[in-house]
Design a protein around this ligand. Sequence first.
Ligand code: FEO
Length: 398
Amino acid sequence: MPARLLKDGVYAVGAVDWNERNFHGHTYVTRRGVTYNSYLIVDDKITLIDTVRKGFEKTLIENINSIVRVSKIDVIIINHIEPDHSGAFPEVLKLCPGAKIYGTERAKQGLLKYYGLSGDWTSVSSGQSLNIGKRTLNFIDTPMVHWPDNMFTYSPYDKILFSNDAFGQHYATDKIFDDEVDFASLMDEAQKYYANILWPFNAIISGKLSAISKLNLSIDFISPSHGLVWRKYVSEIMRKYFYWSSHSCKSRIAVVYETMWNSTAKMAEKIVEGMISEDVEVALFDVTKNDRTDIAAYMLDAEGWVFGSSTHDGEMLPVIAGFLHFIKGSKAKKRMSFVFGSYGWSGEAVKCIENIVSSVSALSPSLKVVFNPTSVELDKCFEMGRAFAVKIKNENTT
Ligand code: FEO
């Protein structure tokens, strides 16, 4: 993808990774691919904000060269060191060895560990700024959004917030702005991104958003390091971040299960039927047939989380075990759950699930059945689903 003009003097010079499907070492299924956004500001000092993943340095360098020779770069701002943004830093630095580098102290230490170099480095933090000509760039440190080294860079002249990982989406496209793609798809990707990248840091994000909103920044664009630039929907995505980071949720239930001989599946289906009878929004996920990334996105603002597993060797089944460890990491609040499952002789899976889920959700009594559920037991499943749906609905009307 060639360089594109964002605003007078500000260019998007990053790369599109159309075929990346397993981002973050298989923690995130990126069905729409990924972009690694990098921005070039042409002012008295030529300034590059972030680089791209290793393997895409050629694209980045060609894009910069199409505007100004890379050797002319005076300043490189490192908003975040994760390798999807810093991988090309050593190659770029070789071509502009005199560039001054700015980032947080933690970013410097991280670059030294990753690459053994940090260049002519200045550590910065919130309240500090850098004049590059017509523009003065302001730094806002944002630790744990989503690594300890993160920061935002804000350009009041352009009214652009360069937010790095925050407000990103994994969405490979030939377009650059939010209003150039389907809005519903974009918001789906933004929600999936939040659930899979930022969810565990809700408390920090919420605090940072409040602090930033008190700064009353005038923002025309939010330019993240992944996906589309927000220009039409800046206030929408801000509102969503306030909503997600405050653990807000709605009358929505996710039923997630793994089954061995289909008995737990039969229970799951009946539970869902009971929920549907109360007209509550519900989705059923066989965890072995859905990717974890999508289930987490659905669960992000679902108040009801229901989990089921057959018992196998005194434990829950292995795929749901991995999934629940991932969900436990969300540090979610304000959720309600119950657990179910079939078993042959001992039935430990339910207790094993409850032990994990209790740290992120309030538990209602569970339901276990031996071998195949009878029609009476299936009626009980239906009733448990129905009653749980009523509880969820009442919670959201009080
Ligand atoms: Fe897109 Fe935390 O890296």
